[in-house]
Design a protein around this ligand. Structure first.
Ligand code: AMP
Length: 187
């Protein structure tokens, strides 16, 4: 099954996606990880996006959509995709719909992990100490949260009308969120 995990930075998308990847034998598709990898490789894309990423701004839809195409058309991953951090704009949602249609796939479940700003700030400050990501300082965190909320509102409205949309309180403990997701997926 194909799943979208949606929510602001620090909502726990990556944690839940990694868990589901193991449990379902699926593939986590994290655009954040893919973009960080491009920066690490110092690729053409990496050079273009480094400033956006460090400032907490979204990377161009064209760049992200291009990266997605290869993943969605990968026969090994067909029907086993867990989108983490994608789509983040309406343009990306439409692109995803198109690519899925072209490859004879659909989204089976959408999870929105809803968390307030103060919980996110606390969590990301903690994560900074562990992962040492350059975009995890407080100013960038607040910028990322605001960018997310502004830009993804239309995406949220778009998905929240779908029958397979599920909102989960992302302020709950990790295990509680996992158990809610499992019961919806019936796994
Ligand atoms: P994340 O690891 O999902 O928190 O993403 C980290 C950063 O990568 C974001 O702040 C954006 O700069 C960039 N990014 C990740 N996913 C996307 C996306 N779908 N569209 C645009 N930018 C993205």
């Amino acid at each position: 099954m194909n799943i979208i995990i949606f929510g602001p930075p620090g909502a726990g998308k990556g944690t839940q996606a990694k868990y589901l990847e193991k449990k379902l034998n699926n593939f986590q598709v994290s655009t954040g990880d893919m973009l960080r990898e491009e920066i690490k490789k110092e690729s053409e894309i990496g050079k273009k996006i480094i400033n956006y990423m460090n400032e907490g701004k979204f990377v161009d839809d064209e760049i992200v959509n291009k990266l997605m195409k290869n993943v969605i058309f990968d026969p090994k991953k067909k029907g086993k995709l867990i989108f983490d951090g994608y789509p983040r704009t309406l343009k990306q949602s439409k692109n995803l719909e198109l690519l899925l249609k072209e490859s004879n796939q659909k989204i089976d479940f959408i999870f929105f992990l809803n968390v307030n700003k103060s919980t996110i700030v606390q969590r990301i400050e903690k994560r900074k100490k562990i992962e040492k990501r350059s975009d995890d300082d407080l100013t960038t965190i607040l910028k990322r949260y605001d960018t997310y909320m502004e830009t993804t509102k239309p995406v949220l409205n778009y998905y929240s009308n779908k029958p397979n949309f599920n909102e989960i309180d992302g302020g709950l403990k990790i295990a509680e969120i996992t158990s809610k997701i499992n019961s919806i997926l019936k796994v």
